[in-house]
Design a binder for this molecule. Structure first.
Ligand code: HEC
Length: 114
């Protein structure tokens, strides 16, 4: 288990970058995703869908657009190109994905698995 500080930090990032589509608690079906006619998957069930193991490497590559998607026109942004930009709305790190931020985000995702 990771420290609660990392997880809390990751939760903030998730709220800004992901919750619109994936829902405040990662349960899926945020309203923009419904408006787009797609349903963003429930992210709390990744571990369950994966035989009880959280595939951190897969998730990380997926978010960074490094995996071939089943649907090439998927609505899910490629964060390696758009960056985690809401984290620093005014700062110099705008549009970047900082390694610690990304690690915290993954810690958060791992922590919300059911
Ligand atoms: C604009 C809407 C949108 C945003 C914003 C978004 N996603 Fe997604 N996400 C989707 C959609 C739609 C899918 C399913 C289609 C696909 O495979 O791309 C998906 C799929 C995923 C998957 C794969 C789940 C699985 O079980 O295979 C992961 C992991 C994921 N998103 C994480 C994130 C994270 C973390 C963020 C924030 C950094 C984020 N998403 C932001 C729409 C979004």
């Amino acid at each position: 288990m990771k420290g609660s500080e990392e997880i809390r930090e990751g939760q903030l990032i998730f709220a800004k970058e992901c919750s619109a589509c994936h829902g405040v608690r990662g349960k899926g079906a945020g309203s923009p995703s419904l408006a787009m006619g797609v349903v963003a998957p429930d992210l709390t069930g990744i571990k369950q869908r994966n035989g009880g193991y959280f595939p951190r490497e897969f998730v990380s590559r997926f978010i960074m657009g490094r995996l071939e998607k089943e649907d090439p026109f998927s609505a899910m942004p490629d964060f390696s190109t758009v960056g985690l930009r809401h984290v620093y709305p005014n700062g110099g790190a705008d549009g970047e994905v900082l390694e610690t931020d990304f690690a915290n985000l993954l810690d958060y995702l791992e922590a919300i698995q059911e």
